[in-house]
Ligand binder design. Sequence first.
Ligand code: CO
Ligand code: CO
Length: 322
Amino acid sequence: MRPVQERFYATEYPDLLVGLGTPDDAAVYRLDDERALVVTTDFFTPIVDDPYHYGAIAAANALSDVYAMGGTPVLALNIAALPPNLPLEMSTEIMRGLADKVFEAGAVIAGGHTIQDKEPKVGLAVIGMAHPDRLMTKTGARVGDVLILTKPLGTGTITTAAKNDKAEAVYVEEAVASMMRLNRAAAQAALKAQAKAATDVTGFGLPGHALEMADASQVTFLIEMERLPFLTGAKVYGEQWIFPGGTSDNKLAFEKSVRYEGSPTDEMKMLVFDTQTSGGLLIAVAPDQLSVFRAEMARQDSLWWQIGAVIEREAASLVFKA
Ligand code: CO
Ligand code: CO
């Protein structure tokens, strides 16, 4: 028997433009020359206390994988595993959070499935549409491209501080607002700027997702640490060394692909690996298209940061310059 991956890609499925053979943020299936389906699913355990925020963040995070491919969400299905003893008001609020975000994205919830489980897990299966020639994959970064990040980092350390009752409300609110924000404006601006490469920054942190793109594109990403945006609370809790297990795991897994230039502080060398929930898009934009990207983000009143550039491939996938 052939290995699983071989059975599901290659020449037998020419319309499966992105599948297991080329792991990316979502699967892409070509319907015809102008339309492709973008299909993805994501769900997770509670990241914040408030049930409405939990639902909205889970939805924004699931929708994000469609945006990261250059797609527009059209349909979503709820996925929920909820404890049988969860008060009805709570489950209603979670579902309202999911529904509001899907509506904001211009898509519709067309169904779903709920089961009982001790620990809550919610999210979405999402179907989006894209133009088959205008996909943003992990393979499309080119030497000379400018690297852009569209949300600040630090949700891992802040939500961990909140779980330990150590976080100030104002910092948690900032993190929640960021995690709830859709990556729609970023995706639209990237498409207008004819970007060919993007991904969304989530559990593996900036380095984990950046190196996937760099490796797939056979280039190296030079990231200037001083340009990296952080949520206000991130530096506060980072200084207190409050990090989730995922952040240490990321550092352990990905630091071997990093070369440091200059001498960043230990705290900074930990913060950059922070595991993210519903993070921003990391986009590679050709320098002559940067003004198009800038104009569209300004028109949509959306924040972004230029964090580095794509350089010739070297031994390290990522160079972090202090
Ligand atoms: Co993703
Ligand atoms: Co995902």
